[in-house]
Design a protein. Structure first.
Length: 67
């Protein structure tokens, strides 16, 4: 479980409690969403008989992330 608080400060008061608008937390959640998108694309592609390696590489390029 991750605890967050709502404020616009750049620094968290503790390591456990992070600001909801902290750039670190926002970036972390954005990365999780991108990984989920890639996994969904690969799953859909597999059901269509497309090669997963191609789909994963293409999605990573599209979302500008890598593993």
């Amino acid at each position: 479980m991750q605890l967050v608080r709502f404020s616009n400060r750049e620094v968290a008061d503790s390591e456990i409690l992070e600001d909801i608008f902290s750039p670190n937390l926002v970036g972390q959640k954005r990365m999780q969403l991108n990984v989920n998108k890639i996994n969904n694309i690969c799953q859909l592609g597999r059901s269509m008989g497309l090669p997963e390696s191609y789909l994963r590489e293409r999605a990573e390029l599209t979302f500008d992330i890598g593993t």
